[in-house]
Design a protein around this ligand. Structure first.
Ligand code: BTN
Length: 247
């Protein structure tokens, strides 16, 4: 993947700018980075606070694949960020919580929000992958509602990397993994994801819009990125949406 960086001091949301640029024909590999976002958003329409000191960026992709496999892009992005952060910070404590949270010792250091646009024939026009990494934030930067569950990499791991260094490391892994995935299919991503995730084997509550809809043990993640959960009665359900809390 050929990477073209587009850097901004401030944007409302790099995802929104990426959508606009993708609609105007920006090529695959365009990466939109903002030093801060004024209207960053997360999953479930949540506000994503994005002050200076964090890495806020979105990658435009145009994979020529069956849209049913598009959810793998989020898993792929999680693997790329986890591998890059582990290498750069020399730590094995970063893990992936399904579907797209990266945790450091159980606290969230990165969130990923992907969107897919199909054309009128049902073929992928573009996918955008928005990634927010807490690189050099201080405790005071986190809104009260996430203060207890979020962490920042530099402070937690006693390092002093810049957002540019973290971005370069992530895009190196992202590019390599994405090219392999296009060539070889899901296996390359799924194998790495399985090694890095902290979800399989755990007892979880599956939530949709903050309501618990199922409880059980995660037995696997399938090729479409859905988790397979088995409850105490032995009923098995798969979920390709929603959120989980790990018990
Ligand atoms: C989540 O965990 O809820 C996903 C958070 C995704 C945040 C990133 S920051 C860069 C990009 N721009 C946005 O507005 N959101 C994503």
């Amino acid at each position: 993947m050929k990477i073209q960086l587009r850097k901004f001091d401030v944007l409302k949301s790099t995802n929104e700018t990426a959508v606009a640029m993708a609609q105007e024909g920006a090529p695959e590999g365009t990466v939109i980075v903002a030093a801060r976002q004024k209207g960053g958003h997360g999953r479930m329409q949540r506000v994503w606070s994005s002050p200076l000191g964090g890495l806020w960026f979105t990658v435009i992709l145009r994979p020529q694949i069956d849209p049913q496999f598009a959810a793998q892009i989020t898993l792929l992005a999680g693997v790329a960020v986890a591998k890059a952060v582990r290498r750069l910070y020399d730590t094995e404590s970063v893990q992936i919580k399904w579907p797209n949270d990266l945790l450091l010792d159980g606290k969230k250091i990165c969130g990923i929000l992907s969107e897919l646009q199909l054309d009128e024939n049902g073929i992928i026009d573009y996918a955008i992958v928005g990634i927010g990494v807490n690189v050099a934030l201080s405790d005071a930067d986190f809104p009260a509602e996430v203060a207890a569950t979020a962490a920042s990499l530099n402070a937690s791991l006693h390092k002093d990397f810049t957002c540019d260094q973290v971005l370069a490391a992530i895009m190196e892994d992202f590019g390599i993994l994405y090219d392999k995935w296009l060539l070889l299919g899901a296996d390359v991503v799924m194998k790495e994801w399985q090694k890095l995730n902290c979800t399989v084997g755990r007892h979880v509550l599956v939530k949709d819009n903050d309501q618990v809809i199922f409880a059980g043990t995660v037995t696997a993640v399938d090729e479409e990125g859905a988790i397979i959960v088995r409850n105490e009665q032995g009923i098995i359900q798969s979920f390709n949406f929603g959120e989980i809390s790990i018990r």
